[in-house]
Structures are given as C-alpha cells and as structure tokens.
Design a protein around this ligand. Sequence first.
Ligand code: NAD
Length: 294
Amino acid sequence: MTSIAFIGLGNMGGPMAANLVKAGHKVTGFDLVEASRAQAKADGVTVAATAVDAVKGAEVIITMLPAGKHVVSVWSEVIPAAAKGALMIDCSTIDVESARKAHGLAAAQSLPSVDAPVSGGTGGAKGATLTFMAGGAASAFASAKPILEAMGKKIVHCGDAGAGQAAKICNNMILGISMIGVSEAFVLAEKLGLSHQALFDVASTSSGQCWSLTTYCPVPGPVPTSPANNEYKPGFAAALMLKDLKLSQEAAKAAGAQTPLGAHAESIYETFDKDGQGGVDFSGIVNHLRKLAK
Ligand code: NAD
C-alpha cells in the first residue's frame, strides 16, 4: 500500500483515483469542485480541504488537471509541502514547455518526477485500461510504473522530461487527421451512392484501415460501440481534440517542424468548435463535413 495524493478529480482523475483505492492504496484527494469531491469520497478517497493538505505525508503526488498553467500552479503550491523524496506524477495533457517547467520545480526540491499523459478516454479511466506515455529519469519511471499499472494496462517510457507529452500530442495529431480522413471518405461514399457498411467492410480490411474507422467509426451502424450510435455524446469531446491539435501546432512551431495536415485539422476543429459543437464527440466532425457538401 502506498500513500497517494490525487489533485484534480474530474472526468478522468475521479475514476483514476477510484482505481488506486481499489488496488489497495491510501488515496487523499482534492478538487476545486464540490461534486467531484463528493464522488471521490463515495469512491473511498479521503477528501482534503486543500491541495496542500492532500499532499502532506504522501509518498506519491498525482495531478490530473485541465492545462499547463494549472499544473505549474498546483505543483508550485504543493511541492514546498511535499514529503522528502515524494514522487511527482502529472497525468494531464499539457504543452511540453509547461511539463518541463513542472519537472524543473520538482528537481529544485530534489523530488523525482514523471510526465505521464494518457490515452484511452473516460472509458479507459473507469476500466483501468489507459495507456500511459511517460517522460522522466529511468529511476523515477521505475517508481511510477507500479502505481500507473493500477490505472492502466500499457505503460511506455518515452524518454526524458516532457517526452510523454511529446508522444501524446504526436499521437493525437494522427488521430485528429485520421478522423477527418475517415469522415471525408464516408461523406464522399454517400454522394457516390455507396453504403456505410460497404465502405466499412472494404476499408476495415484494406489499406484504409485505422483506429478512427475500426474502433471509433464516425457513422452509426458498423461499430455499435462508437459514439455515432449514441448521438455523438463524448467519448472524447471535440474541444479536447482541438486543445491537443493546438498543442501539436505550438510544439511544431517551437521545434521548426512542418505539419500542414495537422494545421489544417486544427482549423477544421476550430470551425466546428466555433459552431457550438465543442461538447460533441470529435467523431461528430463527419456531420460538419456533410454540411459543407453542396
Ligand atoms: P475535467 O475538467 O473533467 O477535470 C479537471 C479537474 O481539475 C476539474 O474537476 C477541476 O475542478 C480540477 N481542477 C482545476 N484546477 C484545479 C486546482 N487548482 N486544484 C484542484 N483541482 C483543480 O477534465 P478531464 O476530462 O478529467 O481531463 C483532465 C486532463 O486529462 C486534461 O488535461 C485532458 O486533456 C486530459 N485527457 C482527457 C481525456 C478525456 O477523454 N476526457 C482523455 C485523455 C486525456
């Protein structure tokens, strides 16, 4: 049993903390929102009055927060109150620069740290089947791995500080582009009089095969578990896809990489979001593309 502090008990952090409790760890949590604190309490998390109170005496401190500014702010607040040698883990999806800044805050107090963003969505968080992409020193990763295993099924060490975030935004840039590609193919098929099922049956076993098609098919029917069959309820909201595409484009700019399709995907999701669709699952982009058709 490890004593763990968990800050940020939202859609992802709440079920992740609950899985740590189920694995037999002693979890103390904090969130700004009362409803999240109440759910965490019902899941067996001891709720603290502040983030600083939550980390006192903890051997491991985990954050699952919206963006880089929240992570840097919470880490700045809690690190001075952390126990000697406490392991800092951030599981949020944030920009590489903020991730490296957070590692620097931990290092200044001689605390080991890991950036460990996740893939797998709220279903993966609930089912403890997340994939973790970790960045940080090998020794910090070795300490984090058994803790992360209680919340996920695949834990990958991607490299030094920030490498987990780099892997996450590169993966999600592929995802955003591929979802638009698959959706465009379905919209074209409709215009050509080809049924959704016929396109699916061919492409899912041909060179067009990809996760956006076979696991998360953007039209209802071929994959019954995809959000298209559930009125495009997220799942993974379009606003979060837009956030990750923006992170990829900021990183590309800073690193001098050319990612023209990533940039175009960002602008398509930006229009979708401005159209009031940010809360819709990101596979709902197919309806946006259909509307563009004459
Ligand atoms: P969420 O908004 O549901 O949860 C974030 C929580 O952080 C909220 O409950 C909020 O109250 C809390 N919070 C914010 N500032 C805080 C502070 N100073 N102290 C304590 N609590 C604070 O978001 P989420 O869907 O759980 O996503 C969390 C992170 O995981 C994001 O970075 C997101 O990009 C990433 N992510 C989300 C998904 C998904 O499908 N939802 C998938 C992969 C990664």
